[in-house]
Design a protein around this ligand. Structure first.
Ligand code: BES
Ligand code: MN
Ligand code: ZN
Length: 510
């Protein structure tokens, strides 16, 4: 399955309202009667725009849009106005949802071509807005339709070209401007493809996306970037030799063999630093003998979203190129029940020698990540490492379903990471790694136990991981909420979101 729609994002110039397209789209920042672009469009259409805005209570708020038929007054058959919210609160990533909305309305109305007037927010923001527009088009037209058998799901969508107009008057761009435009579209398209690829991996059933399937994914990406990306896959034998007692215990109850994935991107020049991205790769989480109730288990194919993000991001990083040496690591396995499964009361020995008493087999993610972190810290020895994990329901209780919890005791690394998240528009919020909660992880029989009590569950999971990260600069991102969504927005349909891919790629390539 292709990861992006065949829609071409092009640069359109000439007067925006007279673009030779099926549908013209532009943004109104707040009250349309005060928006100069809205006013000139309304004039060209003989006042119908204002009429429709009034009758549909369109106030230019984000999430609102109106569609108007032009009846031959301009070349386009339809004009849509999309609410942008207050102009001074508008951040570049917001344009993703607006472009996605334009593409979706175009497809619904059978339009083949769109002319989208980029929000006029100053030359210094143009490249960023163009990139986010390209992302929005491809993210907003994403569908996971593989298992839909109805004819309507097979039909190709109508939209073929999404023209972006960077200037209202349609001034011809300079060669430099054209180059910047094309680079921004290429970047946005590459990132959206990686996000959609991660979405596919998350949305596929656990019966398809097994640990070995994820290993094959990694190898396919390495093959595509022969010369810069290599992949090493460690099987059970190799992981046993390395002493990954926690990771292997989680996977031992399943007939699906665990796989430990390690991808490496090497730049042509001597790298400035070595960065490692680690993803939780539990391809299905039943909870093990601490069995989840059916409702909580229903969506647990998504428990490999961290792995999907780091593996897919490598594809985009290698396409865009980076000055850094980048590693992606994922310890992949299934958490099931069987005669071989690990049990409550078991004491596991981790790769770094720490012994862990299991008081909950459903806290499996931290066990797989603990060994992955030790592997990274000792074998890769990065300057910085980040992990992405659908780790705790407690993080969703704390922050809601859209925001990831970020934990670190390395202030400058954390600030650098949060700055990138701000740029990509991925919702992340810091939680404190309060060491007083470590008390909860004390065991009577081993160095630690794997879960604490009900309070501060996202943080005790973070503190557990910190034990293995030791002094290597490290940031933990709990993506349990945003990895998969039960309510859609224009650029994110329900289901796997591909959360974290954008910020990982941004961090690795800027
Ligand atoms: N994979 C789950 C966390 C999760 C919950 C992800 C909801 C996505 C949506 C994780 O392995 C888990 O089961 N965590 C437990 C931890 C508890 C046993 C300490 C949880 O959150 O209940
Ligand atoms: Mn679990
Ligand atoms: Zn889990």
């Amino acid at each position: 399955m292709a990861d992006i729609s065949p829609i071409k994002v092009t640069h359109l110039h000439g007067p925006a309202l007279h673009a030779p397209v099926d549908l013209v789209a532009f943004v109104s920042f707040g009250d349309p009667t005060k928006d100069p672009i809205f006013k000139s469009a309304d004039q060209a259409l003989g006042g119908v725009l204002a009429d429709v805005a009034r009758s549909e209570s369109f106030e230019g708020k984000s999430g609102q849009s109106i569609t108007v038929h032009t009846h031959g007054r301009i070349p386009a058959r339809r004009v849509i106005v999309i609410g942008g919210g207050p102009r001074n609160e508008f951040a570049n990533p917001n344009v993703r949802d607006l472009a996605a909305t334009a593409a979706q309305i175009a497809n619904k109305s059978g339009a083949v071509s769109v002319g989208f007037l980029l929000p006029q927010l100053g030359a210094n923001r143009e490249a960023g807005l163009v990139q986010m527009t390209a992302e929005g088009v491809h993210l907003g037209t994403y569908k996971f339709g593989r298992y839909m058998t109805g004819e309507e799901h097979k039909r190709p969508t109508s939209l073929k070209t999404f023209g972006v107009m960077t200037d209202l008057k349609g001034k011809k761009p300079t060669a430099t401007q054209t180059k910047a435009f094309e680079a921004a579209v290429a970047r946005g398209t590459t990132i959206a493809a990686a996000i959609n690829h991660a979405r596919n991996l998350i949305n596929e059933p656990a019966a398809v996306v097994t640990p070995t399937a994820l290993a094959t994914e990694a190898q396919t990406i390495a093959k595509k970037h022969k010369g810069t990306v290599t992949t090493t896959i460690l099987d059970v034998k190799k992981c046993t030799e390395l002493g990954m007692g926690m990771f292997l215990a989680v996977g031992q109850g399943s007939d699906q063999e665990p796989r430990f994935i390690h991808m490496t991107y090497k730049p042509a020049k001597k790298p400035k630093k070595r960065i490692c991205f680690i993803g939780k790769g539990v391809t299905f989480d039943s909870g093990g003998y601490s069995l989840k109730p059916s409702q909580s288990m229903e969506d647990m194919k998504v428990d490999m979203s961290g792995a999907a993000a780091v593996i897919s991001a490598m594809d985009a990083i290698a396409t865009i190129g980076s000055d850094y040496e980048i590693h992606a690591v994922a310890a992949c396995c299934e958490n099931l029940v069987s005669g071989r499964a690990y049990k409550l009361g078991d004491v596991l020995t981790s790769m770094d020698g720490t012994t862990v008493e299991i008081n909950n087999t459903d806290a499996e993610g931290r066990l797989t990540l603990g060994d992955a972190i030790t592997y990274v810290r000792t074998k890769i020895q990065p300057d910085e490492m980040f992990d992405f994990a659908t780790l705790t329901g407690a993080c969703m209780v704390a922050l809601g379903p859209y925001t990831a919890g970020v934990m670190s005791d390395h202030e400058s690394l954390l600030r650098g990471w949060m700055a990138m998240a701000e740029r990509t528009g991925e919702d992340m919020w810091r939680l404190p790694l309060n060491v007083r909660l470590r008390e909860q992880l004390k065991s009577q029989v081993a160095d630690m136990r794997n879960t604490g009590d009900r309070f501060g569950g996202a943080i005790t999971a973070g503190l557990f991981l910190k034990t293995f990260a030791k002094d290597t600069p490290w940031v933990h991102v709990d993506i349990a909420g945003p990895a998969s969504l039960s309510s859609a927005r224009p650029s994110q349909p329900k289901g796997g979101s591909g959360f974290a891919v954008a910020t990982i790629v941004e961090y690795a390539t800027r």
